[in-house]
Design a protein around this ligand. Structure first.
Ligand SMILES: [Zn+2]
Ligand SMILES: [Zn+2]
Length: 257
């Protein structure tokens, strides 16, 4: 008889004697890794909240009834939900397992919990833990998703997803599969892959859009006008052709990228 995974949103059968399937256990592991990482979600949340605090209500002599548009309550909500979720599960697990509780901060709590994923898989509270932690982490990710503050790090070697890093950070982790990616190496791989392919402004823009950024053909023509890329050849209807590697390079170096 096939026993289904205990996690409510999961329909996978379980292949061993656990209560939570291996896929859900990996989901929990990845969620905890994102928070526990030294460059991870805990830092993103802190930065988002600090920035909002500066531009938040009550600054610059604004009346307290006025809320500037820049203020977004999602990040502080998501941060407190995540903190409550992790500390609740730390306490629950501590009652069952003992040992020493971690420091009461997001990253140490996540790292501590990640040591017990296999134990949780076999426990009758495991499914609930997966459900709550994974959704709290997803909510936190959405609340710090500020593309303007991010730079393209490259395409994940594990799964092909375009990855973004915080401006100034040298590494990030793929949101889909957790593979680590170094910004400089990831960008270099992209440039190598783009190579000397010749593209029109519109094709160049479309290639960049694949990476998740909305770039117009006019922006690509703007690179050419400002001398950041040069016309390599003329295509049909005498349209200028550029090297895709050059276009990508100009895009990566532009302040908006
Ligand atoms: Zn499952
Ligand atoms: Zn990946």
């Amino acid at each position: 008889m096939l026993i289904p995974c205990d996690v409510p949103s999961c329909a996978n059968p379980i292949a061993d004697d656990a209560r939570v399937c291996a896929g859900c256990a990996n989901g929990l592991r990845l969620a905890l890794l994102k928070v526990g990482d030294e460059n991870g979600l805990a830092v993103d949340l802190d930065l988002t909240l600090a920035r909002q605090h500066r531009t938040g209500p009550g600054n610059l002599g604004r009346r307290s009834t006025e809320t500037p548009l820049a203020y977004d309550p999602r990040a502080s909500e998501a941060a407190s939900v995540l903190r409550n979720t992790l500390s609740t599960w730390c306490r629950l697990l501590h009652e069952e397992i003992g040992g020493r509780l971690p420091q009461d901060d997001l990253a140490p709590m996540a790292r501590w919990l990640s040591r017990f994923v296999e134990w949780l898989r076999r426990s009758d509270i495991g499914a609930e833990c997966v459900d709550e932690v994974v959704s709290a982490v997803a909510q936190a990710e959405r609340s710090v998703d500020l593309p303007a503050e991010r730079v393209l790090a490259g395409v994940c070697e594990g799964c092909g997803t375009p990855c973004y890093a915080r401006a100034g950070a040298d590494r990030t982790r793929c949101r889909e599969c957790g593979t680590e990616i170094t910004v400089s190496e990831g960008r270099e791989r992209l440039l190598r892959a783009a190579g000397d392919r010749l593209v029109t402004a519109a094709e160049g823009a479309r290639s960049l859009r694949v990476l998740g950024h909305d770039v117009s053909a006019a922006a690509v023509r703007g690179y050419a006008r400002r001398g950041r890329i040069t016309v390599k050849q003329r295509g049909s209807a005498n349209r200028p052709l550029y090297s895709l590697g050059d276009v990508l390079n100009a895009y990566l170096d532009s302040p908006a990228a």
